[in-house]
Ligand binder design. Sequence first.
Ligand SMILES: Cc1cc2nc3c(=O)[nH]c(=O)nc-3n(C[C@H](O)[C@H](O)[C@H](O)COP(=O)(O)OP(=O)(O)OC[C@H]3O[C@@H](n4cnc5c(N)ncnc54)[C@H](O)[C@@H]3O)c2cc1C
Length: 434
Amino acid sequence: MIMDVWVIGGGLAGCEAALTLANLGFPVTLFEMRPAIMTPAHKTPKMAELVCSNSLGSLSPENAKGELLFELTMLRSSLVNLAFKAKVGGDKALVVDRELFSTLVEDAVHTHENITVVREKVDEIPKNVPCIIAPGPLITEDLLHFLEECEGRYEAQYYDATSPSVLTETIDLEYAFWGNRFGEGNDYLNVPLSKDEYYWFVEQLVNAGEAQRHDFDKVDTFFERCLPVEEIARRGKESLAFGPMRPTGLDIPERFHDVYAVIQLRKENAFGTIVNMVGFQTGISHTEQIRIFKQLPAFRNAVFVRLGQIHQNRFLPGAVNRFFQSKTNDLWFYAGQFTGTEGYLEAIAGGLWAGINLARFLRNQELIALPEETMLGGLVTYIEQVLPEVRQPMGVNWGLVPPVEGKKSERKRKRVERAKAAIEYAARQLDRAA
Ligand SMILES: Cc1cc2nc3c(=O)[nH]c(=O)nc-3n(C[C@H](O)[C@H](O)[C@H](O)COP(=O)(O)OP(=O)(O)OC[C@H]3O[C@@H](n4cnc5c(N)ncnc54)[C@H](O)[C@@H]3O)c2cc1C
């Protein structure tokens, strides 16, 4: 018997999931609350609205987004196909006419014989209905609280201040050292600062320009345990040196003299290829963050995979496995930003992946795990394994895949070749199994 499937949310992830399931022969009911109820960011009643930029990312094969685009094309993503039809100029990036893109998605959904669109807000979902839950970061309160209850997780982020993350191999180890506070282990990379460097750094933070924010992202009060670093710096010249930047408990190598403060970076994934600045959540503008950090010798050549920002963002960290299936209800899959991914293309990828796996689950087929060497495989593994204390959304970057050996100049090419070979193989397997 073919089961009817619900999809909640007609955004990027929800539309991709609905089209994937419908193309595989499943009758889908797609729920979207707009236009009766709008989110603070959406401006139109259309499906798959791009709420801000109209770029889906780079087309360059060496770029992480470019690699994900290639993989989604191999896996026959409906929305990526439509995005190419709506492409405008920008030959090095997939920049789309946002109106045309949404119209194409809306038409594809409405004209599909297996999809019924219901323009209603969903507050609760029956537990025995197979479902893909893709309500995005601006999910309604009632549905959020219902899902928190169901999943037994109450840590959905509200105002979210994230801190920068860096590709580990791009930090200059001449100016940094590995070591944990008060104990064994090498989970932290420490960048020591002298007294002069520290005071210079504090002054930069205090005077740096802030990022522009949407009205609904303007926050006057912060959680005390999650204060932006510039806010701590403003409370007193020494507050960082006695707070997140204190050098206490570190076994500092002799080559560093007069260490007054330290920037700590914690391994963010199992490979240790990405490190996240501890306690450095910030609302400073992205250009200013890069300008300030790059003046410290350790970060001169740093590649930032994520910069700090403050915005409204709701998601349930750790609620899904690598198939994007709920850890508490086998019939429910999640997709899009609500799983903890960040970015348009990542949302589309989540919809596709959840759609493929829910279809397999309903047909009693084994769920498919992608190789970690692929960008999508790396992303879903990260979402499944994300360390509980990190709890920050993640967009694709090369730190998500296992490191490759070899000379620095060759590593990029090797990683791309390895990912392409792995996705081509996986796509063939999927086609054969379909
Ligand atoms: C303000 C803002 C700007 C962003 N800018 C960018 C950017 O420039 N580039 C980028 O790559 N990423 C950006 N993102 C991040 C992310 O890529 C987008 O949020 C993306 O749209 C996420 O896709 P999604 O499908 O998960 O959610 P959405 O596209 O938001 O879709 C979710 C849908 O679910 C519907 N919905 C919610 N609750 C319910 C309910 N209870 N019942 C029925 N329907 C419901 C909503 O109306 C919405 O249509 C931005 C995010 C925000 C919040």
